[in-house]
Design a protein around this ligand. Structure first.
Ligand code: FAD
Length: 568
């Protein structure tokens, strides 16, 4: 299990072939450069390769921040001219943090780059792989007098368009529920909460109507839904209850979850703690409750326990049930033959399968696990030292190490709970000490369905952006000296590793200055001290010193003066 295993991998060779085919004039270009730095002289007269980046979210921005080689001409297309720090969006819904404190203009992020970055505030609505161009339309909601159509051609295309909220085609959701995906969504929620309190204060409103208006329903017990419910509870209890004392008794927060538990992707201890805390706080957690319809005043759920449909009156609904594919990505998937998939499939080098010079990262893409599984099967076969089509149980651990080094996303999954089941799946019988490789192959589909894709998180998106930029930074030098720098020749140091995700842990803020954290190694930490860890991690992860200072001062302002409840 040396690095050579990766370097000799056929996909890497393929990558290098693709790069040398698509990189046209690179060889001549590279000749003029000092080998040591790998960066082009700004004065060179060779045509720069045009990289088009779609999206300014976590993946796109991380790619832009890490791209250093001035040998590229970079064009960015995104309907948002800023990067938004999404983990703090729930804090924007109640004014703990102001919206402008968590955004940074993309132009200022790339201002100090050694190469030109051309930004266009527009949406890409079509990707033409044949002619290597993207069709764009400027955004209509900027009040600048209608939209403009234009095309941008590319040598390399980086798709980082993220995802949209998933409604599961539930009737009425788009019309009547709030999403919590963009900064504008968070601002809208903040205004609606205040609206509900002001409306419920009107003298003409009956007691029953007050109860309805002040019933806040959150759909989805994942990290975002849970954090929002907790933030709303804090806002109501710490601030609004003082300003609207007569309404406090009418306020109800309900969290609907179709599964058996909230935060089910977290350790059981965190789930239990969160459910108990919410129960103490008076947040009504309703599990086994599937939303079937939303109207302007009622949300209908099908209860798993009774099989009945129940109508719940509400004042505001926030829909947070995961992510779905953007229409432009769906069209693109059809075009390239990736039908029947939820997101774009890439290989471990983040290249879109079946395309030339197109990369996809972040929430809009996933590494094709099926092929990963086939590679794993091949590793198993190789490990079959005695050609008996079986594998000694003792060797199993070593093989797993091999796999997990190469595919960290598999490691995370196997390490947790699947390892045991996985192991059982491969054994002939309970007292057998050998694993059948053929059986493993036929069990692929079962394991495949257990193997989750990489999570759709900022962590994955930003690591992918940085990884891809690193590949782009070294692309020329790899072509010119594929055997590696002189001092390393023979080891293939220049070749690209597949993308490896490093999981740094996950937080679940639960309100009342308490947070749960699941850190690497399944280490769990819950409580007030974890909240301080949360403050420090998020402050350090903010994209600039300006946003860092703004967010820290917002936190300070909230501690001293409370949250602002003006409806502006
Ligand atoms: P995004 O960040 O969504 O960026 C997509 C970009 O594409 C945007 O700039 C968008 O404007 C642009 N775009 C959209 N359509 C087009 C188009 N047609 N053409 C061109 N550009 C387009 N993850 C964590 O790891 N930790 C957390 O604590 C966490 N908290 C979260 C809280 C909330 C409320 C939300 C909504 C998400 C949270 N996430 C968290 C998840 C994280 O935000 C996403 O996984 C991450 O944003 C994905 O990055 P991305 O670059 O793929 O997509």
């Amino acid at each position: 299990r040396t690095k050579g295993v990766f370097h000799d991998h056929p996909h890497i060779t393929k990558l290098l072939v693709v790069l040398s085919v698509s990189g046209g004039g690179v060889a001549a270009f590279s000749d003029t450069r000092p080998f040591q730095t790998g960066y082009a002289d700004a004065a060179h007269d060779i045509k720069k390769k045009k990289v088009v980046v779609l999206g300014t979210g976590w993946a796109g921005t991380s790619f832009l921040k890490s791209l250093k080689d001035p040998g590229y001409e970079v064009h960015v297309v995104s309907p948002r001219n800023y990067f938004a720090f999404t983990p703090l969006l729930p804090s924007v819904t109640n004014g703990t943090v102001e919206a402008r404190s968590i955004v940074e203009p993309i132009r200022s992020i790339v201002r100090k780059k050694k190469f030109d970055v051309h930004f266009k505030e527009a949406e890409c609505h079509k990707i033409d792989t044949q002619n290597k161009k993207v069709y764009c339309q400027s955004t209509q909601d900027n009040n600048l007098g209608g939209s403009e159509e234009f095309t941008v051609d590319y040598d390399y295309l980086v798709i980082a368009m993220g995802a949209r909220a998933n409604t599961f085609n539930t009737p009425g959701v788009v019309e009547h529920a709030h999403f919590l995906k963009e900064v504008e969504d968070a601002q809208r929620i903040r205004r609606t909460v205040i609206d509900c309190f002001e409306r419920a204060s009107l003298p003409t409103i009956s007691e029953e109507e007050k109860k309805r208006i002040l019933h806040f329903v959150v759909v989805g017990g994942g990290p975002t839904g849970v954090e929002f419910a907790a933030e709303l509870h804090d806002f109501v209890n710490e601030d609004l209850a003082k300003l609207y004392p007569s309404l406090k008794q009418h306020v109800q927060i309900t969290l609907l979850e179709a599964g058996d538990h909230i935060l089910n992707m977290f350790d059981k201890r965190i789930t239990e703690f969160a459910e108990e805390k919410f129960s103490r706080d008076g947040i009504h957690v309703k599990t086994g409750s599937m939303v079937v319809k939303v109207t302007d005043k009622e949300i209908s759920t099908k209860e798993r326990s009774s099989g009945q449909t129940v109508a719940i009156p509400f004042g505001m609904v926030v829909w947070s049930t995961g992510i779905g594919t953007r229409p432009v990505i769906m069209d693109f998937m059809k075009q390239i033959g990736q039908t029947n998939r939820r997101v774009l499939a890439t290989d471990e080098w983040l290249r879109v399968e079946g395309c030339d010079s197109i990369y996809a990262l972040g929430d809009c893409a996933t590494i094709n696990q099926r092929r990963v599984m086939e590679d794993i099967a091949a590793i198993f076969s190789k490990a079959d030292k005695n050609d008996s089509n079986t594998l000694k149980v003792d060797d199993f651990k070593e093989v797993i190490n091999d796999i997990s080094e190469r595919y960290p996303q598999v490691q995370i999954h196997l390490k947790k709970k699947q390892l045991k089941n996985f192991f059982q799946l491969l054994k002939h019988s309970d007292d057998d000490d050998e694993l059948n490789i053929e059986k493993f192959k036929s069990a692929l589909s079962e394991v495949d369905s257990q193997m989750k894709n990489l999570p759709a998180t900022a962590q994955v998106a930003s690591q992918q952006g940085a990884y891809l930029a690193d590949c782009f930074n070294r692309m020329d030098i790899c072509e010119k000296y594929p055997e590696g720098p002189i001092r390393f020749r023979g080891t293939g140091r220049h070749r690209f590793h597949p993308f490896r995700y490093k999981h740094l842990g996950q937080f679940a803020p639960l309100g009342g200055e308490q947070t749960a954290a699941q850190l690497p190694g399944d280490w769990v930490s819950i409580g007030h001290s974890t909240q301080w860890l949360w403050y420090s991690v998020y402050a350090s992860k903010l994209v600039s010193w300006r946003t860092r200072m703004l967010v820290i001062s917002d936190w300070g302002r909230r501690f001293i003066f409370g949250r602002d409840s003006s409806r502006i």
